[in-house]
Design a protein around this ligand. Structure first.
Ligand code: AMP
Length: 309
């Protein structure tokens, strides 16, 4: 199963409630997803940065063995996507300080010929028009899942609604699910979104885990109980990266055939939960860059034991 992801590759500035902050660090939805999925197998990224993208941020990708950056376009004369956020005291809420779309507001990045056989496609947070365009470029896909956020719900609702009807799964935050459906209750909002077309919807609730609504039922999964939360940026994207990574690896091992099966997805969500729990332990990709397979296996076993009733 060849896995491709599109989304943002950007430069972040993040402020945390204890007064600490990082400026101009590597970020972006595509980046975080790929870093997490990389621990399960190869992942191909499709994205664009400007010619201002610094070499030290670019070289971070080399710290991950399985990330194929052939689809990361460096666009001459364009500027890289930049985002700044500040977390509130409880770390579950953040205020966006600025979003500079830059290259993101231009034409979608080209998809390399070598990526055309990708069968697993994750449309990480980016302009919904780019997500739609990307979907059409992978006609052999077996699974396509998208993420979105408030900015796009506010500005591109129609395109987003069109996208939701064409994908197998949608992953989003609880406040975004409410914003998109107008429903305050997370379970009702998730069920409503399933009725729009996808086989499943995962609504993330930060430290409270996620609600998983599926055509065949509904489930809730807690977050991994974390004692150390430094910077939650990218938790949602790495959650999706762990989930997709597991689905690809298990399919390649011959362990599963139906990618949208309720129980299969529930197990995949547990992998996502574990990957997200590492991301939040440090700024940017710093924790993921030092992570080992042993760390992941140990935490997954611990989480699986916690889930056992
Ligand atoms: P998450 O914490 O999982 O929501 O992802 C945070 C990452 O998303 C950051 O590294 C940002 O660079 C990136 N990001 C922020 N706003 C947007 C947006 N409107 N579209 C795409 N990516 C974004």
């Amino acid at each position: 199963m060849a896995l491709a992801v599109t989304g943002t590759v950007g430069i972040d500035t993040v402020y945390t409630p204890d007064g600490d902050h990082r400026e101009h660090v590597l970020g972006g939805s595509c980046t975080y997803f790929a870093a997490a999925a990389n621990f399960y197998g190869p992942v191909r990224i499709v994205g664009a940065v400007g010619d201002d993208f610094p070499d030290d941020l670019r070289s971070t990708f080399d710290r991950f063995n399985n990330i194929d950056t052939a689809g990361l376009e460096t666009r001459k004369g364009s500027k890289t996507f930049r985002w700044g956020g500040k977390y509130q005291e409880n770390m579950d809420h953040r205020d966006t300080l600025f979003t500079e779309l830059n290259v993101l507001a231009e034409a979608p990045p080209p998809v390399p010929e070598s990526y055309r056989d990708s069968t697993m496609v994750f449309l990480a947070n980016t302009h919904p028009a780019v997500q739609l365009d990307m979907l059409s470029r992978f006609p052999d896909r077996k699974l396509a899942v998208a993420d979105t956020m408030d900015l796009w719900i506010n500005t591109e609702r129609e395109t987003l609604t069109q996208l939701v009807k064409q994908i197998d799964g949608l992953v989003l935050n609880y406040d975004e699910a409410e914003q998109l459906t107008g429903m305050k209750n997370t379970v009702a909002a998730a069920r409503e979104l399933v009725s729009w077309g996808p086989a499943f919807v995962v609504v993330k609730k930060g430290e409270h885990g996620c609600i998983f609504a599926h055509r065949d039922g509904i489930a809730a999964l807690p977050a991994f109980p974390a004692e150390r939360v430094i910077d939650p940026t990218g938790a949602g994207d790495t959650f999706a990266g762990g989930m997709f990574g597991h689905l690809c690896r298990a399919t390649d091992a011959g362990a599963l055939t139906n990618l949208t099966d309720f129980d299969v997805l529930r197990r995949a969500l547990a992998h996502g939960t574990v990957m997200a729990s590492f991301t939040i332990e440090d700024f940017s990709l710093d924790r993921l860059a030092t992570l080992t397979q042993e760390d992941i296996d140990r935490r997954y076993d611990e989480f699986a034991r916690m889930m056992h009733l």
